[in-house]
Design a binder for this molecule. Sequence first.
Ligand code: AVJ
Length: 323
Amino acid sequence: AADRPPQWIRIGAVEDPFQRAAELQRGLLERPAHISPKYFYDAQGCALYSAICELVEYYPTRTETAIFERHRDAIARRLPREVQWVDLGCGDGAKSWPWLTSVQARRWVGVDISPEWLSISFTAGARRFPDVEFTGVATDFTRPLDLHAVLEQRPEWPRVFFYPGSSIGNFTPSQALVLLRSVRAHLGRDGRLLIGVDGVKDKAVLEAAYDDAIGVTAAFNRNVLRVVNRELDADFDPRRYTHRACFDGRHSRIEMQLVAQQAHTVHLGGQRRHFEAGEAIVTEYSYKYTRESFSALLQEAGYSHAQHWSDERGWFHVFVAAP
Ligand code: AVJ
């Protein structure tokens, strides 16, 4: 691939600041107020999320990594070879690199909402794997996924879609179903989906993972108000909000909120919004699945079969699903 320069593709008006501001304003004027978790990830938010992944309480990242390390060969045996490796929400790309060797990848297609992350991962990967073709696609998973044209550039290479870290947990089950179906529509006959999903477990363990003792997750949550201030020309004071994370067993999800400590009025890009003391802004859902509930979702999305791996405690699930 040395003769093929890295490719850069941008789908849609991803970072259209007017669209982002309008979406933020709409959500904050609703009752209850809400902010999509995609707004967490500015430079500071990405750094805080990296710090979260190192916390003793935040088990998902290290549990998934341990499953991947322990079962890498067995998992890879369920995947095709000489593939186009599609990394959904690639971030810094680091989770992909060992797999590129395992499956003799010919091409890496990194997909991320953040052009900054894309160029970081893209540059790191292209240096590390000079014989692999690198393509970066900037898009937002809340819009319909359409990578057909990109993947058709290399019709001879089967596709593996890699969606680790339980990122799927940010979608409601019905939104997740839409995404899983659209991934399936990209797989062709030989393609596979390799996905990591966080498991249902003890409420205290779950809540500690989203409300750590030294307050990193609280800082991550409050940081979204600074993103809002910048993008929407708002005047939230993050110090007036406390972090809350509760596991809602009925919906099988962690719900993260920012709770106003006193009544106050905020300016939101030309509008005003009053918040009562104790009023909450919903900032994130993180859905948790059992082996059975996620297998059922895969089946409902049309996948014909799936293999499963987990850790000793059954805290995290990894699936390879076939179309
Ligand atoms: C990046 C969506 C997988 O839900 O665990 C971590 C984000 N939020 N701590 C998750 C998150 C608070 C994370 N995901």
